[in-house]
Design a binder for this molecule. Structure first.
Ligand code: AMP
Length: 281
C-alpha cells in the first residue's frame, strides 16, 4: 500500500493501471476509520482490481463554529487498518493541495442541500459536493462507495454524479452499528460515558418509529411527535430535527406510505449525531 499526497502522482499511478484495464473502487473518508468505513473499504476491495481510500478532513464542509480543528486525526492507525484490508492507495492530500490560494469553484446540488442537515449546517453540502467532485475528477473511479449513515450526503452525491454525467457508479452501503444500536461515527469519540448512554436514544427513536408503523400508524406527525417525546427524556439531548421525507426530493410526507426516509439529528451535549432509517410500506 502506498500513501500519496500529490494529485499528479496519484493520477500518474492510476492512469498506468487503467491502461492495463484495471478497475478502480474508491472510498472517500475524513479518516479516524472505524468498522463503518471498513465495510465500504472491504466492498471496494472485493469488487475492483484497485482500491483507493482518500483521507481528507475537508475544511469546506465545516461551518466556522464547527469541529474542524478538533476532528480526530490519526494517519498511522488509519494506514495500518487500510493496509490490513488490502487497500492499494491512500490519497492523503493537504488542504493546500485541494484548495490552493485563489480557489473559486464550488458545486451545489440545489434543493437537496437546503433541507434536513442542510438547514442547520449552511454550506455543508456545498463543501461535500465540491470535494467529492474534485476527488472523482482526480481518482476517476469506476465505483465509489458511501454509507447510508449519511443518507442525505449519499443521495446528493448520486444526484450530482447523474446531473454532471460523471462516469461513476455510486453504491450506498448499510449503516454499521455498535452491537446493533448506536451508528458508528468518528464523532462518537467526543462522547462521555453518560453521553454515550444517552446517544442510544437515536436508534431507540428509530426503533420506536418502526414499531409504530408496523402496528399500522401512518400519520408522519404522530410518529415524529412520539420520537421527539422519547428523545426529550434524555437530559443531554437537544433535537435539531426529526423528519419523515420522500427519498427523492426530501419533501416531508404526511402519510407514511411507499418509500420514506426517517432522519434525525440530535445534539448529545456538544456532539451532533445523525441517524436514519428507510421504511417501505
Ligand atoms: P466520513 O469519514 O465520516 O466522511 O465517512 C466516510 C464514509 O463512510 C461516508 O460515505 C460515510 O457515510 C461512511 N460511514 C460513516 N459511518 C458509517 C457507518 N456507521 N456505517 C456505514 N458507513 C459509514
Amino acid at each position: 500500500m502506498v500513501i500519496i499526497r500529490k494529485i499528479k502522482e496519484l493520477r500518474k499511478r492510476l492512469n498506468k493501471l487503467r491502461l492495463k484495464n484495471k478497475t478502480v473502487g474508491f472510498v472517500p473518508t475524513m479518516g479516524a476509520l472505524h468498522e463503518g468505513h471498513l465495510s465500504l473499504i472491504r466492498k471496494a476491495r472485493r469488487e475492483n482490481d484497485i482500491a483507493v481510500v482518500s483521507i481528507f478532513v475537508n475544511p469546506a464542509q465545516f461551518g466556522p463554529k464547527e469541529d474542524l480543528r478538533r476532528y480526530p486525526r490519526n494517519l498511522k492507525r488509519d494506514s495500518d487498518l487500510c493496509g490490513k484490508e488490502g487497500v492499494d492507495f491512500i490519497f492523503y492530500p493537504d488542504a493546500n493541495e485541494m484548495y490552493p490560494s485563489h480557489y473559486m469553484t464550488y458545486v451545489f446540488v440545489s434543493d437537496l442541500s437546503k433541507v434536513l442537515c442542510g438547514s442547520f449546517r449552511p454550506g455543508h453540502f456545498q463543501g461535500v459536493a465540491t470535494i467529492v467532485t474534485k476527488l472523482f475528477n482526480i481518482v476517476s473511479p469506476d465505483i465509489a462507495y458511501f454509507g447510508q449513515k449519511d443518507a442525505q450526503q449519499a443521495i446528493i452525491i448520486k444526484k450530482l454524479a447523474c446531473d454532471l454525467n460523471m462516469p461513476v457508479k455510486i453504491k450506498i452501503m448499510p449503516t454499521i452499528r455498535e452491537r446493533g444500536s448506536l451508528a458508528l461515527s468518528s464523532r462518537n469519540v467526543y462522547l462521555s460515558d453518560r453521553e454515550r448512554q444517552d446517544a442510544l436514544v437515536l436508534p431507540q427513536a428509530l426503533s420506536l418509529a418502526r414499531s409504530l408503523i408496523r402496528k399500522g400508524e401512518d400519520e408522519a406527525a404522530f410518529v415524529i411527535n412520539e420520537m421527539k417525546r422519547l428523545i426529550r427524556k434524555k437530559e443531554t439531548a437537544r433535537i435539531d430535527y426529526v423528519s419523515i421525507v420522500d427519498t427523492q426530493f426530501f419533501k416531508p410526507v404526511k402519510k407514511i406510505k411507499g418509500k420514506c426516509l426517517i432522519a434525525l439529528a440530535v445534539w448529545i451535549g456538544k456532539t451532533r449525531l445523525i441517524d436514519n432509517m428507510l421504511v417501505q410500506y
